[in-house]
Design a protein around this ligand. Structure first.
Ligand code: NAD
Length: 293
C-alpha cells in the first residue's frame, strides 16, 4: 500500500505557485487576489476558510474575507457577490458552503461571474468542463485529478466508481474521470443513495472515489485487492480524548481498507489539502486571465 500524501503533494504545488507569483510580481505584475464570503459561524466552514486564507499568505496571494451573520438576506448576499464581481482588484472569489437554509445556494452560485468563479460551481464552468473546454474545474475534483497525475496512477481503461453525485464533488468527478485525457479514460459508474448492490459495484472498482459524507462507511468488504481508494469525506465525530471534543473522519475506514489498497488517501492530510490547491491554481489562472480574457 502506498499513501497518497496530500500534505506532501500540496506543499509541492504551493511551492510551484509561489515561484510563479514571485517571478510575476518581480516583473511588476499584481499579486493574485482571492476573496471569500463566509456566512455564519459554522465551525467546519470557519476552519476551511481560515486554511484557504493561510494558504494565500504562504504563496504570496492577497486575500480578503467578507463575513456575514447567519441572518443575512439573499439580497444582501447578492449585493456582496456583485461588489466582488465588479472589483477589478479581485481575481476570483468563493462563497463558502453550506449557506443558511433561507438562501438558495444555486441563486448565489449563478450570480458569481464565471470569470471569477474559482470554485468552478457556475453552470458556465460546469458546462464548459462537460464539453472539454477550458474552465475552472470544481476545486475538489481538480485536486484529486492533480493527485492522481502526480502519483502517476494509471487510469485508462480502468473502472472508476464514484460514490456520491453532489454538484461539487461526485458529479464533476465522474465527468473528469471519463474524459479522453490523462487522468481519465475510465469507465465510470456513479453511485448514490438509491443505488442497489453498492458493495458489489464498489468491489469491481479499480479506482474508488468516496464522497458520501458518512464517517468510515466504506470497509474492506467494498474494496477490490489492489484498488486505488480516494477518500473525500470529512466528518466531525465526537471524541472526548481530543481537546476540540471531536475527531476528523473520512468516509473510508482507513485501518481496515489500507491493507487491500494499492494507493489510499488519509483523512486528514489527503483530499482536503488538494482541494485548496485546486482553488489556488484556479485563482492563479484567473489572475492571468487564462480562461476568460
Ligand atoms: P452531499 O451530501 O452533497 O452528497 C452526498 C452524496 O452521497 C449524495 O449524492 C447521496 O446520494 C450520496 N449518498 C448518501 N448516502 C449514501 C449511501 N448510503 N450510499 C450511496 N450513496 C449515498 O455531500 P458532498 O458535498 O459531496 O460531500 C461528501 C463528503 O465529502 C462530506 O463528508 C463532505 O464534508 C466532504 N467534502 C470534502 C471536501 C474536501 O475538500 N475533502 C470537499 C467537499 C466535500
Amino acid at each position: 500500500m502506498q499513501l497518497l500524501d496530500g500534505k506532501l503533494i500540496s506543499s509541492q504545488i504551493k511551492a510551484e505557485i509561489k515561484t510563479e507569483v514571485d517571478y510575476w510580481t518581480s516583473k511588476g505584475g499584481k499579486k493574485p487576489h482571492l476573496a471569500a464570503i463566509l456566512v455564519g459561524n459554522d465551525g467546519a466552514s470557519e476552519t476551511y476558510v481560515a486554511s484557504k486564507i493561510r494558504s494565500c499568505e504562504e504563496i504570496g496571494f492577497t486575500s480578503t474575507l467578507l463575513r456575514f451573520d447567519s441572518d443575512v438576506t439573499e439580497a444582501e448576499l447578492l449585493g456582496a457577490v456583485e461588489q466582488l464581481n465588479n472589483d477589478p482588484d479581485v481575481d476570483g472569489f468563493i462563497v463558502q458552503l453550506p449557506l443558511p437554509k433561507h438562501i438558495t445556494e444555486n441563486t448565489i452560485m449563478e450570480a458569481v461571474h464565471p470569470a471569477k468563479d474559482v470554485d468552478g460551481f457556475h453552470p458556465i464552468n460546469v458546462g464548459r468542463m462537460c464539453k472539454g473546454l477550458p474552465a475552472y474545474l470544481s476545486a475538489t475534483p481538480f485536486g484529486i485529478i492533480e493527485m492522481l497525475k502526480r502519483a502517476d496512477i494509471e487510469t485508462a481503461g480502468k473502472h472508476c466508481v464514484v460514490i456520491g453525485r453532489s454538484q461539487i464533488v461526485g458529479l464533476p468527478m465522474s465527468i473528469l474521470m471519463q474524459r479522453n485525457t490523462y487522468p481519465g479514460n475510465c469507465t465510470v459508474t456513479i453511485c448514490h443513495s438509491k443505488t442497489q448492490n453498492l458493495k458489489e459495484i464498489c468491489k469491481s472498482a479499480d479506482i474508488l472515489i468516496v464522497a458520501l459524507g458518512r464517517p468510515e462507511f466504506v470497509t474492506a468488504e467494498y474494496v477490490k485487492e489492489g484498488a486505488v481508494v480516494i477518500d473525500v469525506g470529512i466528518s466531525r465525530v465526537p471524541d472526548a480524548s481530543k481537546k476540540s471534543g471531536f475527531a476528523i473522519k473520512g468516509d473510508v475506514n482507513f485501518q481496515n481498507v489500507a491493507p487491500k489498497a494499492s494507493f489510499i488517501t488519509p483523512v486528514p492530510g489527503g483530499v482536503g489539502l488538494m482541494t485548496i490547491c485546486g482553488l489556488l491554481t484556479n485563482t492563479l489562472m484567473a489572475a492571468r486571465k487564462e480562461i476568460y480574457k
